[in-house]
Structures are given as structure tokens and as C-alpha cells.
Design a protein around this ligand. Structure first.
Ligand code: DAH
Length: 352
């Protein structure tokens, strides 16, 4: 029996050393150490042996088992190393292959137009001044000459943040960028209250109105406000500035016209139209056959607004204007529905 065990061991080891891959290694394990292997049969036959033989054979069988297990572990490492070496030598990584292109993002069309407007205004000497999107009734309306019951407030139904809690000065989301006029004037006037410095600023930012969302109106949109305050600024400065702006924005041949309008914070007030750049003024669906596109509101800063900003209206005058980048983008790219802007549909955004 002991000799048989020696034989089992030597033939198993011999078989093991001819194994060259993982798969045959596993089948070797089953054949030589598995339940029906010769070695295991020796274990299950131990009971039939005589009392004297049993411990000797049992001990020897255990030694063989340990020897085979150790040999298996060792050989399995040899095989793994060989497999790794083969795969390192056999497989090539082509580092010169082009990578997968990353899809580049870009600025939102509203941001592109906003920046274009600010870029042009910057060339014309307007510095950017930003102010808060959350305002008080005082700044958004009262200081801009909207009295509490002024009908213009009706047009600008607002998102109130703390309605009712602050009496007649509730907090709201600004309905236009015009409150920035007061903040900018007050900040400048504070530097020299007796002789406030001249101002030439552009106020960009998001505005909010509590409106039914339709193809033509959204609850949020950008505006760019312009403000110039100084000594003897006149309406012809306003017209010259805005005509120049229109030519830089819409092309050297852009024609404009001013129409009388009313805003509480300017007097006199106007709206500027630019000749329809889609049909060249002949009349088309974009300009609703009129040949003109309205692009901004403007006017001479109302004396009360100057005063609220800390500027003596007897010594200072100024002009202001306000425009909507999304509206200009819609006209320029013939976008028919304003809801696309904040709809987050990349199929729309990718086109710009
Ligand atoms: N704040 C006005 C609006 O939201 C736009 C506007 C009109 C601004 C005339 C101005 C201006 O500064 O002079 O409709």
C-alpha cells in the first residue's frame, strides 16, 4: 500500500509537469486530488485495513496529499506567469491610434448674444455693472418713479419673495435691470456726494416676470440696460449712441428709427426700431410686414430718478436704454419660440 502511494505521487507529479495551461491544470486537480482520484480511494479504504497498517498508510496518504497540493500551487503560479508573459508579448497597444473625440460644449445662444452686446457697449466706453437679481419694491419700482398704484406695475406681474411681510416694500425677483440704475448711481454718488462723478455703464442680467409661458413670453429672460449720466447729456447723445450701437450690432448699413413711447423712469421716452435685417425692410413674417423690428426702449433719465440716485437733476442729465438679448437672438436666428432658450434641449442649443 505504501508503495502504491509512492506511485500515485510520482505519476501525479509527472502528469502535473506536463500541464501547460490553466484549463488542463484544473482537470489535473480533479483527476488527481478529486473525490474519485486514486489518492482519495486510499483514504476511503482506510477502514478496511488492519489496525497496524491503518496509521502508517493514513499518515503516508496525508503526506502525499500535502505534496500534491503544494506542487499544484507552485505549478499554477508558473502557469499564470507564463500566461501573463505571453499576453504581454503577444498583444500590442497601438498608442498612435486617434482617441475618441470629446464633444465640446459652447456658450448658450443667449449668453453669446449677451456677450456680443456687452462687447460692443464696452468698445463704446460702457463699463459692466452687475446688481442683485433679488430686489425690493423700492428699487424695482418706487425709486424708478412707479408709484404703488401705477398701472405699469400691472404689466410687470412679479414674483414676490416675501409678499406681505415687509409692508409696502416687499422683496421680489427683479422684473427688469433698471433697479441697477439706482444702485449704480448711489454707489457712484457716495464717492463724492457734492460732485457725483459721471457714469457710463451697462447692466446685464436675468429678469423675472410672473407670466403665462407662451411662444412669445417667458418667466425669465436677460436684459442689458445702459445708463449714461453727466453734465449736459442730451437726447441727441442718446440717438447717436444707439445708432452707433445698431450699426455695430446689425451691420454698417443698419437703419434705425425712434418712436415715442412711455416709461415711468424716462422722460421723454422712445423705442428704437432697426430696419428688418431679414427682408431688408420690404416686409416679411419676421417683421410682421412692417419692415421694422423693435429692439429696445430708451429715454432721458427722469429727474426724479436722477434725484433718487443722488444726482441733482438741475445739474445732471442722462439717458438710459434697455434691451433683451433673447429677443435679438430670436430675430437674428429666426427662432420662433422663446421657450427653446430655457428648455435645455441640446438639439436646439447645438445649432448655435
Ligand atoms: N425696463 C424696461 C422694461 O423692462 C426697459 C427699458 C426701457 C429700460 C427704457 C430703460 C429705458 O432703461 O430707458 O421693459
Amino acid at each position: 500500500m505504501l508503495e502504491k502511494l509512492d506511485e500515485i505521487q510520482s505519476s501525479a507529479l509527472q502528469a502535473l509537469y506536463s500541464v501547460m495551461d490553466e484549463e488542463s491544470l484544473q482537470s489535473w486537480r480533479v483527476t488527481h486530488t478529486g473525490r474519485s482520484s486514486a489518492l482519495m480511494q486510499v483514504f476511503s479504504g482506510l477502514g478496511q485495513l488492519s489496525k497496524e497498517e491503518r496509521p502508517l498508510v493514513g499518515q503516508k496518504a496525508n503526506q502525499v496529499k500535502l505534496a500534491l497540493e503544494a506542487a499544484f500551487n507552485e505549478h499554477s503560479q508558473v502557469i499564470q506567469k507564463a500566461a501573463l508573459k505571453r499576453s504581454l508579448e503577444g498583444e500590442h497597444l497601438d498608442v498612435s491610434l486617434p482617441g475618441r473625440p470629446l464633444r465640446g460644449g459652447h456658450l448658450h445662444p443667449a449668453t453669446q448674444t449677451l456677450r456680443r452686446i456687452l462687447g460692443i457697449l464696452a468698445e463704446m466706453g460702457f463699463q459692466v455693472y452687475t446688481s442683485s437679481e433679488v430686489e425690493t419694491d423700492e428699487y424695482n419700482f418706487q425709486n424708478l418713479n412707479f408709484p404703488p398704484d401705477h398701472p405699469a406695475r400691472e404689466m410687470q406681474d412679479s414674483f414676490y419673495v416675501e409678499a406681505g411681510e415687509r409692508g409696502d416694500n416687499p422683496v421680489l425677483l427683479r422684473t427688469h435691470t433698471s433697479p441697477g440704475q439706482i444702485r449704480a448711481m448711489r454707489a457712484a454718488a457716495a464717492t463724492d456726494p457734492n460732485n457725483p462723478p459721471p457714469i457710463r455703464i451697462a447692466l446685464p442680467g436675468m429678469c423675472f416676470r410672473y407670466e403665462q409661458i407662451t411662444a412669445r413670453s417667458e418667466v425669465q429672460f436677460n436684459q442689458v440696460e445702459g445708463l449714461a449720466v453727466g453734465r449736459s447729456i442730451t437726447f441727441s447723445d442718446l440717438k447717436g449712441t444707439l445708432n452707433d450701437f445698431a450699426r455695430r450690432m446689425f451691420g454698417q448699413n443698419a437703419r434705425t428709427r425712434f418712436r415715442a413711447q412711455h416709461f415711468p423712469f424716462t422722460e421723454p421716452s422712445a423705442e428704437m426700431d432697426v430696419e428688418c435685417f431679414v427682408c431688408g425692410g420690404k416686409g416679411c413674417p419676421v417683421c410682421k410686414q412692417s419692415g421694422w423690428l423693435e429692439i429696445l426702449g430708451c429715454g432721458m433719465v427722469h429727474p426724479l430718478v436722477l434725484q433718487n440716485g443722488g444726482y441733482d437733476p438741475l445739474r445732471y442729465t442722462g439717458f438710459a436704454f434697455g434691451m433683451g438679448p433673447e429677443r435679438q437672438a430670436m430675430l437674428r436666428y429666426k427662432i420662433e419660440d422663446i421657450r427653446y432658450f430655457w428648455g435645455n434641449d441640446v438639439r436646439f442649443l447645438e445649432q448655435f
